[in-house]
Design a protein around this ligand. Structure first.
Ligand code: UDP
Length: 367
């Protein structure tokens, strides 16, 4: 049973589901908790994944405890009815942790995709760091994307059934980049952005620990950049969360080269990444995707569980201080050597074969 809660889980489990479907011995059952509703649905539709069960647990304003409790109870119920041989989860959401616990209580083995990512700071990112640590303890099979992730698990005493597979995000992205070649993307989705005439900076920022001053500082930094560089446009597909929107909307309002747009479906988002000059983000997945598409990525966080691209030089950690964000962005807008240095690196997150490896290991494990 593959369990999906949010947009990134859909992107990163979709290629695994495709391989499960083509296995002669395994059959995937798709269960949604739908912790995030609309953003999850559009992803599933692009990857042609039809849910067998939809728990539909998103409620406006629900607390993390309420969400966790309902995933635990509803998954308990569903697992009791369906009795899968394995539960497969991806990443570090409340869905992942609570579904893993529900499976553990019924002695159903859990396979954890994207295991072993750590910042070693329990509150950053919050609550993801704790969700993935707990899932690491509960899981039986650990699909670690990189060597570093394997080492993180070993340090916690987890060394059995740990497989270094690469990250499935690359499988999904390469497949999508190929499929969108034949599709015409609706440019109206990008507000007034013109990729041919401007250098476009693509921004995503919505992490819980950046809510409030963090996000409004990010917005102020973007405005300073847009004011100074008249050939630059800013494209910010903004998360639906009203707390995030309140901090950003007043800063973007009325600026002719700054565009706040609705969250983009995956296909237009990939198109925007491909055609941008530079990516600024606090997202996890985007840190992996941008280097794959040879776009420099500045990470607006104080730490990251994905240090591989920092080490290779494809990404830089710039924090959330306005001045630092502005300085790092200006450097890439004005210094072509610095820019080239960042895009000449190999992608450290995978080779597009992660899903195949994961399914092979599941087949072996289940005999
Ligand atoms: N994404 C998208 N539309 C957007 C912004 C992001 O499709 O407007 C995709 C992006 O390509 C990546 C995933 O959503 O695959 C990342 O999701 P998010 O930032 O919500 O989660 P995180 O990766 O931080 O867990």
């Amino acid at each position: 049973m593959c369990v999906f809660g949010t947009r990134p889980e859909a992107v990163k489990l979709a290629p695994v589901v495709q391989f499960l479907k083509s296995s002669s011995v395994l059959r995937p059952i798709i269960a949604l908790t739908a912790q995030h509703r609309e953003m999850l649905d559009q992803m599933l539709s692009w990857f042609s994944i039809k849910p067998d069960y939809d728990l539909n647990l998103m409620r406006p304003g629900q607390s993390l405890a309420q969400l966790t409790a309902s995933v635990l109870l509803e998954m308990d119920n569903l697992l009791a009815r369906t009795q899968p041989n394995m539960v497969l989860v991806q990443g570090d959401t409340a869905t992942v942790m609570a579904a893993s616990l529900a499976a553990f209580y019924q002695k159903i083995p859990v396979g954890h995709v994207e295991a072993g990512l750590r910042t070693h700071d329990r509150y950053n990112p919050f609550p993801e760091e704790m969700a993935r640590r707990q899932t690491g303890r509960l899981a039986t099979l650990h699909f670690a994307p990189t060597k570093r992730a394997v080492e993180n698990l070993q340090r916690e005493g987890i060394s059995e059934n740990v497989f270094m597979t690469g990250n499935t995000v690359i499988d999904a992205l390469l497949d999508t980049a190929e499929r969108i070649k034949g599709i015409s993307v609706d440019k109206k989705l990008f507000g007034g952005v013109n990729f041919e005439r401007h250098r476009v900076i693509l921004v995503t920022a919505h992490r819980r620990e950046n809510w409030g001053t963090g996000i409004s500082d990010i917005a102020q930094a973007l405005r300073r950049i847009a004011d100074e560089f008249t050939d630059v446009q800013i494209l910010y597909p903004i998360h639906r969360n009203p707390i995030v929107r309140e901090s950003v909307e007043p800063v973007f309002a009325g600026h002719e080269r700054m565009f706040l747009v609705e969250p983009l479906d995956y296909v237009p988002f990939v198109y925007a990444m491909q055609h941008s000059y530079l990516v600024l983000t606090d997202s996890g997945g985007v840190q992996e995707e941008a280097p794959t598409l040879k776009k420099p990525v500045l990470v607006m966080r104080t730490n990251t569980e994905r240090p591989e691209a920092l080490e290779s030089g494809a990404a830089r950690l710039v924090g959330i201080e306005q001045d630092n964000i502005v300085a790092a962005t200006k450097l890439l807008l004005t210094n072509s050597d610095e820019y080239k240095k960042m895009i000449s690196q190999d992608n450290p997150y995978g080779d597009g074969q992660a899903s195949r490896r994961i399914v092979q290991e599941i087949e072996k494990f289940l005999g």
